[in-house]
Write a protein that binds this ligand. Sequence first.
Ligand code: PEP
Length: 251
Amino acid sequence: MRKNIVAGNWKMNKTLQEGLNLATELNAALADTKLNCDVVIGTPFIHLASVAASIDTKVIGVAAQNCADKESGAYTGEISAAMVKSTGADYVILGHSERREYYGETSEKLNSKVALALANGLIPIYCCGEALEVRNADEQNAYVKNQLEETVFNLSTDDFSKIVIAYEPIWAIGTGVTASTEQAQEMLAFIRGLIAYQFGKDMAENTSILYGGSCNAKNAAELFAQPDIDGGLIGGASLKVADFKAIIDAF
Ligand code: PEP
């Protein structure tokens, strides 16, 4: 079902104690508030279990920022989807551009990760988005279409209905440059059109599609007011309770 979602991505920030403080302060700030969106925080792996145990996960969902492309076994340093689920997390961010760029995440690997996440009852927040050169060449639509066709468009209808899409133009991530409201709306409408073509109009209407890239308290309300923008994936601004809450309150 299509929902409004504000999801934080803490990336590699916060010690365990700092993360627990942030999560519990956010929980306190949101308790007894009527929320017009689902709220999710994507913490480092080692924070997941403690954070999930310290907050009301009915108010704030917990996400991992990645999971392994293998089920289990001799993969030193990896964290499986089953392990993530066992911490109390319900979501996993997959295909973030930083993972694609710095850790060689290919469509093939992402297909395994998405499948394992779904098999273990996690909701993938699947990221896509183009680099600046692609945008400058005006090839962003073909690029994002290809990213989706190589991965989540191969899912069954039932599986696709469980995922969330996040469009994050790489040139807007952590740069302070937000896509204009028109650019973000245009791309999210394009993605929704692709989903309609691939899975039908009902699926397109029911899929939550988020925008990510320097979304903040100042621009969130205008972005979220667009017909195809169902919320945001928030990096930097999710690291402070007041900033993140202001974005949540933009709904
Ligand atoms: C992100 O990394 O998902 C992101 C959107 O970061 P920022 O909000 O800092 O641009």
